[in-house]
Ligand binder design. Structure first.
Ligand code: ZN
Length: 282
């Protein structure tokens, strides 16, 4: 029996393990990122779960619950970006003194020496991608990454001064870091939200009853999977959910609905955790 008393009693334990329930015994909703987020007692969450159990399809899009649209303007992020660009123009080459633009963050256009890495690198600027968009052309991003990696390879600086070698090393680390963040939808979404001042949303938990059901059942299914064929089926189901969630996330970011994007990012985080558990057992 999937919905056995054991499963129901196990809810608190599992939810606690998956971070759904706070230490105080409350479940935080994902409808708001502010500190005034509504708190539901566990019993209410459990009854919501029971209601959802009747109609859970194998794979469903977790439709957003009805809520007002918030078109949060990332004004703070834009202002920050402008300030960064302003500061970039104020830089000069450490070697020859040539003024450097925002596009010259790695090399001096005059003497081609490597410049010191910024203390606060802007990942989209690293790859000269312009505006921070969730939609990223993955092959294009990889091409830009490889090209920068080649230009900053230590072999190219074997005869350079120790200082320039150090700068090349620092910049290569920035490039790797930026690529790691931008290539993965979940990390990219977190980055954009952080830049927009919505970093606190990383602590949000899911409340969508269908997704809660999926998370709990998938954990049980992965733990009890008898063979690799069953795990492969769970992976397919997870892939469908992940792709759907990423599509919805892209739509929310395009619409400038950052609070919905934060909610979907939280959902994606849970889906990805299940995925990691499946892949680990495969
Ligand atoms: Zn120079």
């Amino acid at each position: 029996m999937r919905r056995s008393a054991r499963a129901v009693l196990g809810f608190a334990r599992q939810a606690a393990c998956s971070g759904l329930v706070h230490a105080e015994g409350t479940v935080m909703t994902a409808t708001s990122c502010s500190s005034s987020a509504a708190l539901l007692p566990p019993a209410a969450a459990a009854s919501g779960r029971a209601a959802a159990a009747a109609a859970l399809p194998a794979v469903r899009c977790f439709a957003a619950t009805a809520r007002p649209q918030h078109n949060a303007e990332p004004a703070a992020a834009e202002q920050q970006q402008q300030q960064q660009q302003q500061r970039a123009y104020e830089r000069t080459c450490w070697q020859c003194g040539t003024p450097l633009s925002a596009h010259d963050q790695f090399f001096c256009p005059e003497c081609e020496s490597v410049q010191p890495a910024s203390g606060d690198p802007q990942y989209y600027q690293v790859f000269d991608l312009g505006e921070q968009r969730f939609d990223v052309d993955a092959p294009d991003l990889e091409q830009r990454y490889r090209a920068l990696q080649r230009r900053l390879h230590p072999d190219k600086f074997s005869t350079a001064s120790p200082l320039e070698q150090e700068y090349a090393h620092q910049q290569a680390a920035v490039v790797n870091q930026a690529y790691d963040v931008l290539k993965k939808p979940l990390r990219r979404a977190h980055y954009i939200l952080n830049q927009a001042g919505l970093g606190a949303c990383e602590g949000m938990t899911i409340t969508d009853p269908e997704l809660l059901m999926y998370v709990m059942e998938a954990r049980e299914d992965v733990e009890g999977a008898a063979d690799k064929a069953q795990l492969a089926r769970l992976l397919d189901q997870n892939t469908a959910l992940k792709d759907k969630c990423i599509q919805e996330l892209a739509t929310a970011f395009r619409a400038g609905d950052l609070l919905h994007a934060a909610e979907l990012t939280t959902q994606l985080r849970y889906i990805c955790r299940i995925r990691e558990a499946i892949v680990e057992k495969l």
